[in-house]
Design a protein around this ligand. Structure first.
Ligand code: SF4
Length: 69
């Protein structure tokens, strides 16, 4: 699972960072960045549920596209 935050929708409430500090981090611009490398088998389900809790509905799953050439 790979996630991203739509910072146009994000309310900067910090709830994701408070719950999963390794995965959702504020960058220098005050936007949330997702550290996808820190999503593990252990926290994956909780984070998936948290997507529905985010007040800005800003956490989106990134569909991974396979490159074919
Ligand atoms: S919980 Fe949602 S709205 Fe709040 S800071 Fe995180 S991404 Fe933004």
């Amino acid at each position: 699972m790979k996630l991203k935050v739509d910072n146009n929708k994000c309310l900067k409430c910090g709830m994701c960072h408070a719950n999963f500090p390794d995965v959702f981090e504020f960058n220098d611009e005050g936007d949330i960045e997702v550290k996808n490398e820190n999503i593990t088998e252990e926290n994956k389900e909780e984070i998936e549920e948290f997507k529905n809790v985010c007040p800005g509905v800003a956490i989106e799953e990134v569909k991974e596209e396979k490159k074919e050439d």
